[in-house]
Structure formats: C-alpha cells, structure tokens
Design a protein around this ligand. Structure first.
Ligand SMILES: Cc1cc2nc3c(=O)[nH]c(=O)nc-3n(C[C@H](O)[C@H](O)[C@H](O)COP(=O)(O)OP(=O)(O)OC[C@H]3O[C@@H](n4cnc5c(N)ncnc54)[C@H](O)[C@@H]3O)c2cc1C
Length: 397
C-alpha cells in the first residue's frame, strides 16, 4: 500500500496550494513536478505577481483575492518569509471607465479598503508619472501589492512538506485515460485512473480510492490533448525591468505603487528589491510552446515597453533595460479558471487556466478543490470544463 492516497501533478501556485490544502484536510499527498516548484518555464516562475482586489463586476475573484491575501500573509508569517510587498495598487482611470466604476462598487460591498484620487491628487502624489488628458482619476487599493512569486511557491512547497506532503521531481506521462479519449472503445471502459507512470518508467499509484489532481498550467493541453488541446490557449508574454537612476527612490515604494494602466493594457510594479521598474503589456501575445518557445524578448516588445516608459515616466525614457523575461499565459476561452473533475475519470481533477491572473488565487483554488474533492461540494459553473470553449472571448482581466 502506498503511504499517499492523493497525487498532485504540478507544483506551481495552483498545485502547491492544492497539495498543502488537501494534506491539511487529511489527505496524504504526493506532489510531483517535472522541473521543480515555480521553475523558470512555469507560469508561476516569475519574480513577482500582483495581488489586487479589483475584478470589475466579477465579485467571485474579489472574494477569492481577499481570502488568498489573508492565507498568503498567514503563510509568510508562519514561515518568517516576508514575500509580500504592500505597495498598494493604483488603477489609472479615465472618464466613463466602467470597469473601475464597478471596482468601486464591489469594494464598497465587499469591504475592500480603497481611496479615489482626482487628477490633481494623482499629480500631487505621483509627480514622477506623467498624466495625459485621458487620465482623470485613480482608484487606489492601499492593502494590496506584490507577491514575490517563485520564492512564494517554494515556500508553499516547503510548508507542504513540513505538513507531511512528499515532494518529488518527476515528469508524469500522459495518463491512460487521456489515451482512452482518443479511442472511443476504451473510453467506455475508462472511468477510474489506477495510476500514472513517470518519464523514468516509474509507476505511481495512489491506491484504492486514490485521487489525482493535474495542475499542469500551460502543459495541461499537452497532457490531455483530446480534452484540452483546443481549450487552453498558451500565449507568449514579455516582461521588462528598467534600471532606475542611482540613489533615486522615486520609483520604489512607498513613492510609487503597483499600477494597472489601461493605455495600453499594461501593468507595472515599482522597483522592488533593486530589480528595477517592471513593465508588461497584458494583451495576449502569439501562441507559445512552454517547452521549446524562445525566451528571448522581441525587438517589438522592447520597443512597446520603451514607448510606454517614455510616455508615463519621462524621467526613465533612457533607462537601461536591466532584465527581461518571456513567460506564458495559459488562457481559457473567457479567462475563468478551469477547476473541475475529468469528465471520463471520476478520480481525476483538472486545475489550470490561470489566464494571466491566477497566481494570487492559489490559496483559494486549493480551498475550492478541497471543498469539492473532500466535502463533495458542488462546483461553480464558471470554473467548469463545460463552460470552456474552443474560441477565445476574453471576459476576465
Ligand atoms: C508574465 C506573466 C505575468 C503574470 N502576472 C500575474 C499577476 O500579476 N498576478 C497574478 O495573480 N497572476 C499573474 N499571472 C498568471 C499566473 O502567473 C498564472 O496564472 C499562475 O502562475 C499559474 O499557475 P499554475 O500552477 O496553474 O501553472 P504553473 O506555474 O505553470 O505550474 C504548472 C506546473 O506543472 C508542472 N508540470 C507540467 N506538466 C507536468 C508533468 N507532465 N509532470 C510533472 N509536472 C508537470 C510544470 O513543471 C509546472 O511547474 C501572470 C503570468 C505571466 C506569464
């Protein structure tokens, strides 16, 4: 008999928190990852990720962000790792900005601390930012900020191991049920996954009543090609860090918060831990292979980031590019997560589709899956496989 009854494949934000939460709720968990927690090619492998409460009218994500921030902070307090920077998050807004008006009303209902700034107040608080005529107001979340992503995931996995989770570096092969999807004859007999094998040929079984959770981020479509190959859209995303002038604290917290800027769809973080001012465009890039895609930034991407920098932060127009990263979003059709049972295998669960905003929600994802798997709670349709289409219509930002 194995000493575990649950296998979680994938130690990114979703898988690590799911493993920790299932273990805390009494399952005995084996967590495996092909390269390691939040490694360089994983979507969770970046330096930093924003945690914000604003989700327009999508209040479920506001509630999940609130809950997740509390659980991240609890983890960091417990482990003595200060991996959350309370930079505040500033939404830069224009007249008739429906999304931010919805944020405002959600904040009031949910009790999210916030402030609004007029254009004159924005100019007063942030003289290092240039405000065009379209920027007429700002919405500020003072309690939100930035999670130091890859170190935060490593901390979750360490904590999970302290709680009894076994962690191994191993690559799961396409499970038998995924093969069955391609063969209608076998599909009829599929229904229960007995075990998985690894790339080294090792057989892993969670035993009788075993549960398998595949939290494989941008690799989900490769593991389940028939089911998810056309439902997870992996896109190439570039991130840039620009160096600030020596001894100049105008671009670091508390002088500058994290920003979400609709013109163009960009976001950025202040200079944290001396890495430089971070800038990224949130628009979906071209399709991308997480195994073999080039991690070199494109000249167009650098040009776009520089244009933005010169416009919003004229003092950094000639700042050196000190670091860049190419990562990937693993989008669903709408941007809603995929957290559901495999339709042909009752003991298999799928967790992914973070869609460029999933990192912060790892703790809430773990709780949601534990509620469903252990307590048999019914699911929210927006996280179901059924609602995931083969044509992208992004609705969640
Ligand atoms: C540039 C960028 C900026 C982002 N900004 C934000 C942000 O500011 N805030 C936010 O909340 N979110 C943000 N996101 C989104 C967020 O990072 C992702 O949604 C989240 O990290 C996804 O986590 P995951 O665990 O689902 O996937 P991953 O982190 O990719 O983890 C999946 C894991 O599965 C493993 N795996 C895959 N196949 C196998 C296999 N066969 N066997 C074993 N292991 C396997 C992989 O090795 C990997 O470690 C951003 C994403 C990007 C790329």
């Amino acid at each position: 008999m194995p000493h575990f009854n649950t296998v979680v494949v994938g130690a990114g934000s979703f898988g690590a928190w799911t493993a920790l939460t299932l273990q805390r709720r009494g399952r005995r968990v084996l967590l495996i990852d092909a390269w390691g927690p939040a490694h360089n090619r994983a979507s969770s492998g970046g330096e930093s990720r924003i945690i914000r409460m604003g989700y327009g009218a999508n209040s479920v994500y506001t509630r999940w962000s609130m809950r997740s921030l509390a659980l991240w902070q609890d983890l960091f307090a417990r482990t003595g790792r200060p991996l959350f920077h309370r930079t505040g998050v500033l939404w830069i807004s224009h007249p008739g900005d429906e999304y931010n008006s919805q944020n405002l009303s959600e904040f009031e209902q949910a009790g999210v601390p916030h402030e609004t700034f007029s254009q004159a107040e924005l100019a007063h608080h942030y003289p290092q930012m240039s405000l065009d005529a379209a920027t007429t107001w700002g919405l500020f979340e003072p309690e939100s900020g930035v999670l130091m992503a890859r170190r935060a995931v490593a901390t979750v996995v360490e904590e999970a191991q302290r709680q009894g989770v076994e962690y191994r570096c191993a690559a799961a092969r396409v499970p038998a049920d995924a093969e069955a999807e391609r063969s209608p004859k076998r599909r009829e007999s599929a229904g229960y996954l007995e075990g998985i094998t690894t790339a080294n040929g090792e057989a892993i079984s969670a035993g009788k009543d075993g549960i398998y959770v595949f939290a494989c981020g941008p690799w989900l479509g490769k593991l389940f090609p028939a089911l998810l190959g056309e439902r997870i859209f992996v896109t190439r995303q570039e991130v840039f860090f620009f160096g600030t002038p020596p001894g100049d604290r105008r671009f670091a917290p508390p002088a500058l918060p994290t920003r979400i800027d609709p013109t163009p769809e960009s976001y950025g973080m202040p200079d944290l831990e001396g890495r430089g001012l971070k800038i990224a465009i949130d628009r979906h890039g071209p399709g991308f292979d997480p195994d073999s895609g080039s991690r070199q930034p494109s000249p167009e991407g650098i040009g776009q980031a520089r244009d933005y920098l010169a416009r919003r932060f004229p003092g950094l127009a000639d700042a050196p590019l000190v670091e860049s990263r190419v990562c990937q979003y693993e989008n669903t059709s709408s941007g809603d997560f995929l957290l559901d049972r495999h339709p042909q295998c009752e003991n298999v669960w799928l967790a992914g589709g973070g869609s460029g905003h999933g990192f912060k929600h790892g703790p809430a994802v773990g709780e949601y899956l534990a509620d469903r798997i252990i307590d048999g709670e019914s699911g929210n349709p927006r996280f179901s496989l059924e609602t995931k289409q083969v044509v992208q219509r992004r609705a969640i930002f």
